[in-house]
Design a protein around this ligand. Structure first.
Ligand code: NAP
Length: 309
């Protein structure tokens, strides 16, 4: 067997524990050699450090670092890893700004290491078949609805409503990662109405108008949805309407039984990262981040009532 890729996992929070650690435990191409996180509680049996700098200085013969910290501050972490000659996999959104990601891509290329801006929702079961079905079709309408409960999925994550935290676009960027992947033509944001709690900096709800090809679309986002959660994309075409539900995992095509499959988003991301490392090839796609930035550029702003977790 080829040498395992020795990882230093950075940011041991919700997503690292919910998804990265189980995916890594089931993938023998990787070995978790060390962790770095601000909090002292890290991963049993794995050497833990309080910062990426400490982890790198300690050696561990690392090959790569997945970054699972919030987007604010990622640039500095990724730059330190690249400087140390390590491959980097980034949780979505890859950084706080477009300039940061573009700078990291240049640094990775100059250093000859892999940079992977991962978009986990693109690895959901229905997404690739949706892209294949839409290829060559004329899109005539698009409706995206992304509504979830911030208190359920992001308990106590103050950073998410802070400057650079993306607010409701933290989950919403997942919809854009799918849409930019499956639509046969470029996607644009033409209008955005953002609602930001009076005690916060990032929007808690948003209503966007979109355009792709000659078609208009809508994108409704809400971080305060209790009860059933909604992560739906519907695309009208000259061949009927495609429906992707549950964040891309359930696909319904005209005239066919709906398809659902086991959620393997994170195993799929790590499989792709292993291939990128083997081929020494980067995979950097900023389109979802650019659309969020565009929404901020064209936005009108409204104050919403104060929010507490
Ligand atoms: P989280 O629970 O707040 O975890 C982030 C972790 O990063 C915390 O343990 C934090 O330490 C640590 N951290 C922050 N700055 C650090 C630094 N400079 N060096 C080392 N560690 C640092 O957030 P999360 O939900 O896991 O989200 C992290 C990223 O994953 C975000 O980009 C998010 O969009 C993405 N994501 C989240 C979900 C989800 O459902 N939550 C799903 C998919 C993707 P402290 O605890 O000490 O502050």
């Amino acid at each position: 067997m080829a040498k395992r890729i020795r990882l230093g996992l950075v940011g041991i929070g919700k997503i690292a524990r919910d998804q990265h650690l189980p995916a890594l435990a089931a993938d023998d191409r990787f070995e978790l050699a060390a962790t770095a996180s601000r909090s002292p509680h890290q991963v049993d049996g794995v050497p833990g450090h309080g910062s990426i700098e400490e982890m790198i200085a300690a050696g561990h013969d690392l090959d790569a670092v997945p970054l699972c910290t919030p987007p604010q501050g990622r640039h500095q972490l990724a730059a330190a890893a690249i400087e140390a000659g390590l491959h980097v996999m980034m949780e979505k959104p890859p950084a706080a700004t477009l300039s940061e990601v573009e700078d990291l891509a240049r640094r990775a290329e100059a250093k000859g290491v892999v940079l992977y801006t991962s978009w986990h929702s693109r690895a959901a079961a229905g997404v690739e078949p949706a892209r294949e079905w839409l290829a060559g079709k004329q899109v005539t309408g698009l409706r995206i609805t992304w509504k979830e409960d911030i208190r359920r999925w992001h308990p106590g994550q103050e950073w998410i409503l802070g400057p650079g935290g993306f607010g409701v676009f933290d989950p919403g960027i997942n919809a854009l990662s799918i849409a930019t992947h499956i639509l046969p033509q470029e996607l644009f944001v033409t209008e955005a109405a953002l609602r930001t709690p009076e005690n916060r900096h990032a929007p808690i709800a948003a209503s966007l108008k979109l355009r792709t090809g000659g078609a208009d679309g809508s994108f409704e986002l809400d971080f305060l949805q209790t009860g059933p959660q909604t992560w739906d994309i519907e695309v009208d075409t000259d061949g009927g309407t495609l429906k992707l539900h549950e964040g891309g995992s359930k696909l319904a095509l005209p005239g066919e039984e709906p398809r659902a499959a086991e959620n393997r988003e994170y195993p799929n991301l790590y499989a792709h990262f292993a291939e990128l490392v083997a081929a020494r090839r980067s995979d950097v796609d900023v389109r979802p981040l650019r659309l969020v930035a565009d929404a901020m550029l064209v936005a009108s702003h409204e104050r919403a009532e104060a929010f507490t977790f």
